[in-house]
Ligand binder design. Sequence first.
Ligand SMILES: Cc1cc2nc3c(=O)[nH]c(=O)nc-3n(C[C@H](O)[C@H](O)[C@H](O)COP(=O)(O)OP(=O)(O)OC[C@H]3O[C@@H](n4cnc5c(N)ncnc54)[C@H](O)[C@@H]3O)c2cc1C
Length: 339
Amino acid sequence: MNSDFEVAVIGGGIIGLTIAALLSERGIETLLVERTRCGYAGATAHTGGICRAFEPNPALARLAEIVGLRPGETDVEAILRRHETVTGALYRLPTDSPPPNGKVPLRRISTGEARELVGRPVADNGAYYHEASAAVSDVHSTMNGLRTALRQHGCLIERCDVQRLMERNTHVEIHSLDTRYRARHVINAAGAGSPTLSLIDGSQVRTIPYFKFRGPSTPTLPCIDFVAGTYALPLSDTLLQSTTAIRPSLEEIEGDRRHLRLMVEDCRQRLQGLLGDTEEYSLLSTDLATDLYTPDGLPRLGPQYPGSRIWLATGLNGVGYKYAYPIASRLYEQIARSR
Ligand SMILES: Cc1cc2nc3c(=O)[nH]c(=O)nc-3n(C[C@H](O)[C@H](O)[C@H](O)COP(=O)(O)OP(=O)(O)OC[C@H]3O[C@@H](n4cnc5c(N)ncnc54)[C@H](O)[C@@H]3O)c2cc1C
């Protein structure tokens, strides 16, 4: 079977789905091919969905500024915002670190104020900042909203595993086991889930472990701790998500389950650095997700080499959720120019 599209997007995580929904809303004939169901695999299935402006990596922070389409200009942007709840976010930075870039809406607060905001004890050392406009997204509702929007304007094929992309002079062929599609451009947003498709020069799949704890009380807002190197994300009044800095590969963990114990211990220690006594928290679950990292920590957006019809939207470095709209908006501008 042959079907022709202007753009085919591979991978229905937050990046691929946002791109496909935006392109089709803007009149570009777009197909999205997803191996499972959009948002049910890959990093997006595990994401915390925190959308915050403060980003210590200046190059990544610039990405958010490169937005072609203004907020409120598209339905896709409205869907993304509709499912966000403004919670604010608390940051702890080393006392001697330079103050964050003045463009970011951060307010320096005292430890006492931080305690009041969080609703429980926090560590005495470090510089606390509050970003009042930070939000947490209801990821499944957002993905469902984007999926409905894509079905309205474009074409969505789920449960189809893309095996191979073949670049020709005028188009790209997309091969799955029993189907072949053709598109003038392909955007590869397969994330870390498909090494043969998505591995780019020097990039690597990195594990993003996260643990859920149950306790008598949790912080009232997400806390991102650059001193202890962890975060505390309240999922409910009694449920808390956090992480470790120990990140063995999936194979290493499979080979020796002791890694998991060390990771949980490391996570507890880091959490203790921020919230004090964590004995009261009992471990509920351990999960391992993955994301694709590039050596310079910056995403790859645009043609995989000059003039290529296969474009990359990958290497999101663990912050892809909040950058989905600027990335989609930027790729839309590039595709529109190349038409
Ligand atoms: C635990 C955790 C917490 C996070 N928290 C945050 C946060 O709070 N804020 C934030 O901004 N970011 C966060 N991130 C990062 C963010 O979630 C990811 O960067 C983002 O989800 C990546 O999206 P993606 O679409 O690029 O990839 P993915 O979500 O991995 O999607 C790729 C999709 O491609 C599909 N696919 C793969 N191969 C094929 C193939 N051959 N054919 C067809 N389909 C294929 C997969 O099934 C998958 O659905 C977090 C990540 C994790 C793991």
